[in-house]
Design a protein around this ligand. Structure first.
Ligand SMILES: [Zn+2]
Length: 120
């Protein structure tokens, strides 16, 4: 469950469309994942990625695909999956900390509200 940082209403993510926004913060390309609050239309940012985390995500998908076919190497693949998944969540956490509070350019208007993540 996520709470709107603007109006404090709870938002059930299961019924929400999750959108992404590719933007630049201080010259660095980032991909922000967000949902919109039903009550006040605020964008609630729930995830941040960059090229590095996207690459890890691609590797994760490959490991999942391989594990469906390659039953003999299950243990090895499971370990790989765990390692990549941990790396991914650590990097995303670092990115959240790095960009929290920065101004976001959303291609249409300059959002003057600082970036705040709804998931910590
Ligand atoms: Zn709201």
């Amino acid at each position: 469950m996520v709470y709107c940082s603007n109006c404090n209403k709870s938002i059930d993510l299961r019924n929400k469309t999750i959108d992404t926004l590719i933007t630049y913060i201080q010259g660095e390309k980032v991909i922000l994942t967000y949902v919109e609050c039903d009550t006040c239309d605020s964008k609630l940012y729930v995830q941040i990625d960059n090229d590095e985390t996207k690459q890890i995500l691609e590797q994760l998908v490959k490991v999942i695909d391989r594990s469906k076919q390659d039953k003999q190497n299950m243990d090895k693949l499971r370990k790989q999956y765990k390692r990549l998944n941990l790396k991914l969540s650590n990097l995303r956490k670092e990115l959240r900390e790095q960009y929290e509070g920065r101004k976001v350019w959303n291609n249409v208007i300059l959002n003057t509200e600082p970036l705040t993540f709804s998931i910590k």
